[in-house]
Design a protein around this ligand. Structure first.
Ligand code: PGA
Length: 252
């Protein structure tokens, strides 16, 4: 078993290009030597090419996009395709973040198409899922997560799963300051791995990286990353400050 450890920053709609390159400079300077962890910057579209150049040649640093179109190309004003992303030097793309599901009403068909196009263009999708507060309160969290996984991932093969990363992000923990406890995270990550085993076999399940996201920060990252089925973090707010992001990287 050789699961990649990943600490990824999801900057969302924050920073200017100058602020972004300054942040990346700081992170490079402070964590360049620590190459057990794959670091990914999920930047806004306009910064992808610059940040890709900035990290070029640096081992274990990558750039990702926060979204891509479910269409191949054509008359879709304002959209950005997977092939365009690849041409900027980026290697990863977030698919199905809860903010995209909620505000842009992304459907399972769109998410499936985005993952397919990402894989076709040699981009690794980071597929995000997670229950809402009311669903957890009603003890529906396992059911919801199983459904979110199955309705999209069942269109793919075990071979394709080798290039997909999962991110469990309980919606009640995103941007709220309320983190899942290590026990809650481990319980769900174990469940996700079991669900992947059921769909694709044990080997695939043991090798897929499952990240935790939702108010993960410099104070709680260590205990979350210590959970056996937590392979890293997808970090929102705390990835915007170099100091905090570097501390999270060193939490492994
Ligand atoms: P947060 O965001 O760390 O600010 O809660 C995580 C995410 O949305 O990926």
């Amino acid at each position: 078993m050789s699961r990649t450890k990943i600490v990824a920053g999801n900057w969302k709609m924050n920073k200017t290009l100058n602020e972004a390159t300054a942040l990346v400079n700081e992170v490079l300077k402070n964590t360049n030597e620590f190459d057990e962890v794959q670091k990914i910057f999920f930047t806004p579209f306009p910064f992808l090419n610059d940040i890709s150049k900035q990290i070029s040649g640096k081992k274990n640093f990558s750039v990702g996009a926060q979204n891509c179109s479910e269409q191949v190309s054509g008359a879709f004003t304002g959209e950005v395709s997977a092939v365009m992303l690849k041409s900027t030097g980026c290697n990863y793309v977030l698919v199905g973040h809860s903010e995209r599901r909620e505000y842009f009403k992304e459907t399972k068909e769109q998410l499936t198409s985005k993952i397919k196009l990402a894989l076709d263009n040699d981009l690794k999708p980071v597929f995000c899922f997670g229950e809402k507060l009311a669903e957890r309160k009603n003890k529906l969290h396992f059911e919801i997560v199983a459904q979110q996984l199955k309705e999209v991932l069942s269109s793919f093969s075990a071979v394709q799963l080798k290039n997909i990363i999962l991110a469990y992000e309980p919606v009640w923990a995103i941007g709220t300051g309320e983190t899942a406890s290590p026990a809650q995270a481990q319980e769900m990550h174990r469940f996700v791995r079991d669900t992947i085993a059921e769909l694709f076999g044990t080997e695939t399940a043991l090798n897929i990286s499952i990240l935790y996201g939702g108010s993960c920060n410099a104070q709680n990252a260590q205990e979350l990353f210590a959970c056996p089925d937590v392979d890293g973090g997808l970090i929102g707010g705390a990835s915007l400050k170099a100091d905090d992001f570097c501390k999270i990287i060193y939490s492994f």
